[in-house]
Design a protein around this ligand. Structure first.
Ligand SMILES: NC(=O)c1ccc[n+]([C@@H]2O[C@H](COP(=O)([O-])OP(=O)(O)OC[C@H]3O[C@@H](n4cnc5c(N)ncnc54)[C@H](OP(=O)(O)O)[C@@H]3O)[C@@H](O)[C@H]2O)c1
Length: 219
């Protein structure tokens, strides 16, 4: 598979990139980000792009891909609704609409989160915005689209959050997180399992379009 990866500098994207680089099912990875990953690998190419609501200037570079792993996303904490909606819905849909037009045979996988609100009507703001994003992604003319809804994610193999205190918590809580990843698959997965599951689903498909944490862990 030839893969486009969004969010490769983030915690989720780092894990997905690692699995892509070591999996023989992935022939090449194009990382599309606003900042470089700092990684060098024979399978990895990067485009640093300034405007994530307009990809028209780089369309010629975005054709011929089999899968997109969309790991770009932000926390809603401390952010007003308009900003969160812009960073979650507008950016994701701008990228996905462009990719669907250029790669109708593509499988698109979106990292969303546990408790996403598919009704778009519930009381939790982030969950409504993610729900609308999922629903509209599923309407695009991809070969297939899959919504990955992890709950907690234990970072493994050097994957790090960009926030120092978050890393500190992951280090201190590592034994508990490992325990939960083994015993409570509905609440915890690992960066490795998530990346592997995204690759496998892009390659082989999955019986349903929305994958909860326990589905991700079972793959
Ligand atoms: N981490 C978890 O435990 C967890 C659990 C469940 C679901 N999720 C979901 O997974 C997704 C990724 O989370 P994460 O923890 O990996 O977040 P993160 O570490 O903060 O990484 C966010 C990624 O998105 C990119 N990004 C953010 N704003 C952008 C913008 N305006 N334009 C272009 N790129 C932008 C960042 O690029 P820069 O490096 O340039 O900032 C980075 O690559 C989110 O949707 C989150 O809700 C995460």
């Amino acid at each position: 598979m030839k893969v486009i990866l969004f969010g490769a500098t983030g915690m989720v994207g780092q894990g997905v990139l690692r699995e892509c680089l070591i999996d023989s099912a992935v022939e090449s990875v194009l990382s599309l980000g606003r900042s470089p990953t700092g990684q060098h690998h024979a399978k990895l190419r990067e485009i640093v792009h300034g405007n994530f609501t307009d990809f028209s200037t780089i369309e010629s570079e975005l054709t011929g891909y089999d899968a997109c792993f969309f790991c770009l996303g932000v926390s809603s904490v401390g952010m007003d609704e308009a900003r969160y909606r812009h960073l979650t819905y507008d950016i994701t849909m701008a990228a996905a609409t462009t990719l669907a037009k250029l790669n109708p045979g593509m499988v698109f996988t979106y990292v969303t989160g546990r408790s996403t609100d598919s009704t778009e009507q519930g009381p939790v703001r982030w969950a409504r915005v993610k729900g609308k994003t999922e629903n509209d992604l599923l309407k695009l003319p991809f070969r297939a689209a899959y919504m990955f809804r992890p709950a907690g994610i234990q970072p493994l193999h050097g994957v790090r959050s960009k926030t120092a205190w978050v890393n500190a918590i992951y280090v201190v809580a590592a034994p508990l997180l490992s325990y939960l990843a083994r015993t409570a698959p509905q609440f915890m997965t690992t960066s490795e399992r998530l990346g592997r599951a995204m690759i496998k689903v892009a390659r082989d498909g999955f019986p349903k379009p929305v994958l909860e944490s326990e589905d991700i862990n079972a793959i």
